[in-house]
Ligand binder design. Structure first.
Ligand code: SAH
Length: 257
């Protein structure tokens, strides 16, 4: 580059937007959003969070959903690198935490490979936000000292080895598992998990439309179908989901269905 010595590339800030409620942003995230000139965001980022941007900020949506890939990952990486090399600072805003099922790692690698500086700002991941909102302790001295996060929609779900991830003393949190709930329930029971292990589904955690639904594992597919559960939702499996009376009542009702 001809004038490399006088040229200063921008920085890519990979920022976690948390699960929805703007109050759950970190101060660092809120400050970066408020001063950004360019924000490249996912579909999961709540409009209330985008509303914190400057009126003249450029907002680019690269919304991704299971059925509808508006911008392929390579194109997103290329966009970040191109804009940063052109000298712009970019806030790359992602739902939850950028490094949990957020492809933040891929974007960070693409930036590093192109010599673009990055900063990663953590966010409250959906599991953490949903647990708090639904008052489900992901660990508890009586019920669980292990918690695992898995992706329920990934290449070769049936080939993934989940044996031992759920069951006594363990909590399993499944992201992106709504569509594959029937296969997930079957897979876990094939691995030896009891059909009556309590499950909670937290839909739209930390948002106005939040629902917390419960069923024994064997009843999960029917629950998801009957209640019309939609993404974004998390499936939480383990005894920690059934510690209070509301939970036990919901479970008893489901068992009668
Ligand atoms: N990086 C994000 C996860 C992205 S994967 C994070 O750390 O949270 C997308 C999945 O996250 C969704 O399919 C859903 O399972 C979960 N998710 C994200 N926001 C959610 C919300 N508000 N309520 C429930 N689940 C949510």
């Amino acid at each position: 580059m001809a004038h490399a010595e006088s040229f200063s590339a921008g920085t890519v800030y990979l920022v976690g937007a948390g699960p929805g409620d703007p109050d759950l942003l970190t101060l660092r995230a809120a400050r970066l959003i408020a001063r950004a000139g360019l924000i490249v965001h996912d579909g999961l980022v709540d409009p209330a969070i985008l509303a914190l941007a400057r009126p003249n900020a450029e907002l680019v949506s690269v919304a991704k959903s299971r059925a509808n890939h508006t911008m392929p990952q390579d194109a997103i990486n290329a966009l970040l690198v191109r804009e940063a090399l052109a000298g712009r600072d970019i806030v790359r805003l992602k739902g939850g935490d950028p490094l949990i099922f957020g492809r933040g790692g891929e974007e960070a690698e693409a930036c590093r490979a192109a010599g673009v500086a990055i900063e990663i700002v953590p966010g409250i991941s959906a599991a953490i936000g949903a647990a708090a909102a639904a008052q489900i302790p992901l660990t508890h001295r009586d019920n669980a000292s292990i918690v695992t996060f898995v992706a329920g929609q990934c290449k070769g779900l049936s080939d993934q080895d989940w044996a031992g991830l759920a069951g006594r003393g363990r909590t399993l949190v499944i992201y992106m598992g709504v569509k594959t709930a029937p296969q997930i329930a079957e897979k876990l029971m094939e691995d030896g998990l009891a059909p009556d292990v309590p499950v909670a589904v937290v839909e739209n955690a930390n948002r106005a439309a939040m629902r917390v639904l419960r069923a024994p594992l064997a009843g999960l597919p029917a629950l998801v179908a009957r209640q019309g559960v939609k993404s974004p939702a998390l499936i939480i499996i383990g005894d920690v989901t059934a510690r209070d009376n509301t939970a036990l009542e919901q479970l008893a009702l489901e068992a009668q269905e």
